[in-house]
Design a protein around this ligand. Structure first.
Ligand SMILES: NC(=O)c1ccc[n+]([C@@H]2O[C@H](COP(=O)([O-])OP(=O)(O)OC[C@H]3O[C@@H](n4cnc5c(N)ncnc54)[C@H](O)[C@@H]3O)[C@@H](O)[C@H]2O)c1
Ligand SMILES: N[C@H](CO)Cc1c[nH]c[nH+]1
Ligand SMILES: [Zn+2]
Length: 430
């Protein structure tokens, strides 16, 4: 089901190149389609959005904007256990993200100068919640909770309608408990374009967050600059780093937990133990039989998965850093020992009981994470993703007099005499 590759410098390189192409190959064609969608929505507004919804999602949605009473009804009619589970998860997620708060500061110098940084929440944010195979209430929590903590004034959620045009009630429940302000039934590149430019009904936002498929990710990339974006979070990924102390049943189960998301999801085992590799293969065959998304899991493991066998743990760690996966599970004898060397992962899960779904739903750290190797430079979604900082300066005449010569000198050296003049003019009458 998963290929075994011996990490000898050549074979794993070929696999990594193929992995890097898994979303990239379609990029050019998708870019063309998405560019056309963006331009059409920019010119045609809500009508164009609805036209694409009908084309790609099959039906005109029951509501374009979901009325508040429908959202409230969804919460009132939801089963209590589900709501309570979401509230339990929310408590952990809020507790974790509350620790990410940042404060404004001011430095008051003895000469009367004030230098400060003001931090505020973004005014209005767009939250993309995938539909299709991936309508996740947990993703609503992971996006909306840090936004609320950051002080975002208005959260506009967009999500595709279900096949019959109705909203997904579980998504509405999550939106209600998180305090999402407005919900539109629109998905794909058209929803991203509407949020970026604004339409008559969908307000223009300052930033768009949330994962989505290749059309959503491409629209976000193309519109970056018109609007801010969080990151490009694509198909899910897991890399398990394991030695012969790992439990093959746990490793196989966790690999499949991410393969289940998408045929393009990638699940990789990097191990020093051939014995473990073989046992994991047996477990995969056994456990997949009872899983409802067997077909997706098998396709994902076959096409995007691999077991990479390394000579030593250090080589395995190096390989994990080179792949830079979204999720990295550490099933090594002393997992904590490696934490400081695991540089490139969206989220790290230490030890055999820190199973990836614990992070997807409950533990507290965010599950909107960088994918496709971008964990090298992107960080998880966080409170700071929703903050804006401005520096400010207050100077007295005396303080400016002390700084005047340096400023004028640098300005004139740059050939910017108007800059120099703006300083000099303040002392012209002295
Ligand atoms: N990294 C993360 O944190 C994270 C979390 C959750 C989900 N995900 C990923 O998000 C993705 C969700 O994908 P999805 O497809 O289920 O939902 P989606 O909402 O992202 O995409 C559905 C939309 O795609 C558009 N679309 C579909 N076919 C199209 C076509 N041929 N041309 C133009 N537009 C088209 C439609 O508008 C449709 O509404 C998955 O890849 C999943 O792995 C990632
Ligand atoms: N693992 C996904 C991010 O890659 C997030 C998620 C939502 N629900 C279940 N899982
Ligand atoms: Zn998941």
């Amino acid at each position: 089901m998963m290929k075994k590759i011996y990490a000898n410098g050549t074979d794993e390189k070929a696999f990594l190149e193929q992995l890097a192409k898994r979303t990239g190959e379609t990029d050019k064609r998708v870019s063309q389609i998405v560019t056309e969608i963006i331009e059409t929505v920019r010119a045609g507004g809500d009508q164009a959005v609805q036209k694409y919804t009908k084309q790609f999602d099959g039906e005109l949605p029951q509501y374009y904007e979901v009325p508040q009473e429908v959202i409230e009804d969804a919460l009132n009619e939801a089963d209590e256990d589900f709501v309570n589970a979401l509230l339990d998860a929310m408590e952990n997620i809020a507790d974790f993200h509350n620790r990410q708060r940042e404060n404004s500061f001011v430095n008051a110098l003895p000469n009367g100068v004030l230098l400060g940084q003001r931090i505020r929440g973004l005014k209005r944010v767009g939250l993309y919640v995938p539909g299709g195979t991936a309508a996740y209430p947990s993703s609503v929590l992971m996006n909306a909770i840090p936004a609320k903590i950051a002080g975002v004034e208005e959260i506009i959620m967009v999500t595709p309608p279900r096949k019959d045009g109705t909203p997904n009630p579980d998504i509405l429940v999550a939106a209600a408990i998180c305090g999402v302000d407005r919900v539109f039934l629109s998905g794909g590149a058209q929803a991203i374009a509407a949020l970026a430019y604004g339409t008559e009904q969908i307000p223009r936002v300052d930033k768009i967050v949330g994962p989505g498929n290749i059309y959503v990710a491409t629209a976000k990339k193309l519109l970056y600059g018109v609007v801010d974006i969080d990151m490009v979070a694509g198909p899910s990924e897991i890399l398990v780093l394991a030695d012969d102390t790992a439990d093959p049943a746990f490793v196989a189960a966790d690999l499949m937990s991410q393969a289940e998301h998408d045929k393009l999801a990638s699940s990789i085992l990097v191990t020093t133990s051939e014995k473990l590799a073989d046992a994991v293969l047996v477990e995969l065959e056994k456990q997949v039989q009872s899983l409802s998304r067997k077909e997706i899991i098998e396709a994902s493991l076959r096409d995007q998965g691999a077991i990479l066998i390394c000579d030593c743990v250090d080589c395995a760690v190096e390989l994990a850093n080179a792949i830079a996966p979204e999720h990295l599970e550490v099933h090594l004898q002393n997992p904590m020992e490696y934490l400081g060397r695991l540089d490139n992962a969206g989220s790290v899960f230490l030890g055999q009981y820190a199973s990836e779904p614990l992070g997807d739903y409950f533990a507290g750290p965010n599950h909107v994470l960088p994918t496709s190797g971008t964990a090298r430079f992107f960080s998880p979604l966080s409170v700071s993703s929703f903050l804006k900082r401005s520096g400010y300066v207050y100077y007295t005449k005396e303080a400016l007099a002390d700084a005047k010569d340096d400023i004028v000198l640098i300005a004139e050296r740059e050939g910017l005499t108007a800059h120099a003049n703006a300083i000099k003019v303040r002392f012209a009458k002295d």
